[in-house]
Write a protein that binds this ligand. Structure first.
Ligand code: ADP
Length: 174
């Protein structure tokens, strides 16, 4: 089985050690995938998040998964797209890298991501997909205990963008 997978579906149903939340810096819940994760996990998740004191963009913090099938939720605020000259690329790569470092540190072997920053935060999808794929592949090479990382795309347009980015990346690096 490939260690990197792309699938279309609902992140909150994933049976993995950790799912990643495209959070905001308050970590107090929001719309999109963040709202869906909080609804599925139950109010205990928000209670734990209140004690975390927020999180900086590009970094990550971990909580339990409560009523989710996933054991842990890793919360990472993605960058808001502001035209591309505000360090957005580096910060987005930081989200994937910090989340996977935290996951490995906690002993997770399977991790699932949403498409961070490409919803309300308006990061251009092709550019975001390229950064996500490159960073995840680097982390898989580095962290041999990671068995599987899955990108869970909510719609077919997003899935196509990640599939294209993976093909291009494999073409370049094999
Ligand atoms: P951001 O604020 O980082 O842009 P959003 O939640 O607005 O985060 O969007 C990030 C991506 O997550 C979008 O592609 C959106 O369609 C997707 N999304 C929304 N709900 C879910 C879900 N339940 N599972 C997986 N992806 C989801």
């Amino acid at each position: 089985m490939q260690r990197f997978q792309i699938t279309q579906g609902d992140l909150t149903t994933m049976q993995v050690d950790a799912i990643v939340n495209a959070a905001n810096t308050t970590l107090l819940g929001g719309g999109g995938v963040d709202g869906a994760i909080h609804r599925a996990a139950g109010p205990e998740l928000l209670a734990e998040c209140r004690g975390l004191n927020g999180c900086e963009t590009g970094q990550a913090k971990m909580t339990a998964g409560y009523h989710l099938p996933a054991h842990f939720v890793i919360h990472t605020p993605g960058p808001i797209w502001q035209g591309g000259a505000h360090d957005e690329d580096r910060l987005l790569a930081g989200c994937y890298r910090s989340s996977l470092a935290l996951a490995v540190h906690a002993g997770c072997r399977t991790v699932a991501f949403p498409s961070i920053s490409t919803g309300v935060y308006r990061f251009p999808i092709d550019c975001a997909a390229k950064i996500a794929v490159a960073t995840i592949r680097q982390c898989l090479a580095e962290y041999r205990t990671l068995e599987r990382v899955t990108m869970v795309c909510f719609d077919s347009h997003t899935r196509s963008a990640y599939e294209r980015a993976l093909e291009e990346s494999e073409g370049r690096h094999g």
